[in-house]
Design a protein around this ligand. Structure first.
Ligand SMILES: [Zn+2]
Ligand SMILES: [Zn+2]
Length: 266
């Protein structure tokens, strides 16, 4: 079974592929399950426009669900819910989503890690942002209304690209362990995001080392996604990721239909 549970269409601010073209590419690549999960980045003052945008994306994806021969899931990548929890709940109830990805892309006082000026940051500042980022992951899991927690080592892919390779996710091992235990307790899945395999960091987010820790702490719920923003990247890295997961000991991956978990045996 070929599965990709994290992709972006033209309905994402950083996406360019119409839903129709994503569906055509998924069919061509032989995907059995595809989730389209456009961004909804929650700010402290989110406008109604954001909600309208999310609804438009859902409506278009769900219109295609009847036209395709594979399982097309209408999802959303809901980011930074702590900025406005009640708005985030409105997003979740505005349409009957199949699948909700929870993610974090920033830290207190900064925009997305993508925009940071890494050459002019002290190690102290950077460590404080990274700890705050991880605090936000904890907040997100405690909030608990998403199906999976996405790309937990997201900032580290930018460190790898910006002469800060020395700061490794392993430096935060005890925090990751606590986060994994919380995920297990809350029965929330952990995403393995394959985008890192296409980038300088050259590893999945999180990587084999951290996934082994998650498994050791009882973590069994995994979703996998390419985070493709182009038709070409759809499904990329999933096969090798499944092989890695099997090597660690995982026997299944999950996907969600109308927020109900389904599993695929590896
Ligand atoms: Zn993301
Ligand atoms: Zn994404």
């Amino acid at each position: 079974m070929r599965i990709d549970c994290h992709t972006h269409s033209i309905h994402s601010f950083d996406g360019s592929v119409p839903v129709k073209a994503i569906c055509a590419a998924a069919k061509e690549k032989g995907l059995d399950v595809l989730a389209v999960t456009d961004h909804c980045d929650v700010t402290a003052d989110p406008g109604e426009d954001l909600l309208i945008c999310v609804q438009k994306a859902y409506d278009e994806i769900s219109a295609f669900q009847k036209r395709v021969s594979f399982s097309l899931l209408a999802g959303v990548e809901l980011g930074q819910v702590m900025n406005h929890p009640s708005f985030s709940e409105r997003v979740l109830s505005c349409r009957p989503f199949d699948f909700v990805i929870s993610s974090v892309h920033d830290a207190e006082g900064i925009e997305d890690f993508y925009y940071l000026d890494y050459d002019h940051l002290s190690d102290e500042e950077l460590l404080s942002y990274l700890n705050d980022y991880i605090d936000r992951l904890f907040w997100t899991v405690r909030w608990g209304k998403g199906d999976t927690l996405a790309h937990i080592t997201y900032p580290f892919r930018y460190l790898a690209e910006n002469s800060r390779k020395g700061i490794d996710p392993k430096a935060f091992l005890s925090r990751w362990r606590d986060l994994f235990s919380l995920l297990v307790k809350r029965e929330m899945a952990l995403e393995v995001n394959t985008s890192g395999l296409r980038q300088t960091i050259g590893k999945t987010l999180p990587d084999e080392f951290l996934l082994t820790e998650y498994y050791a702490l009882g973590g069994r719920l995994i979703t996998v996604g390419s985070d493709a923003h182009t038709a070409e990247d759809l499904g990329k890295g999933i096969e090798e990721t499944i092989a890695m997961l099997k090597k660690i000991g995982f026997t299944e991956v999950s996907y969600f239909v109308k927020r109900n978990r389904k599993s695929v045996t590896l």
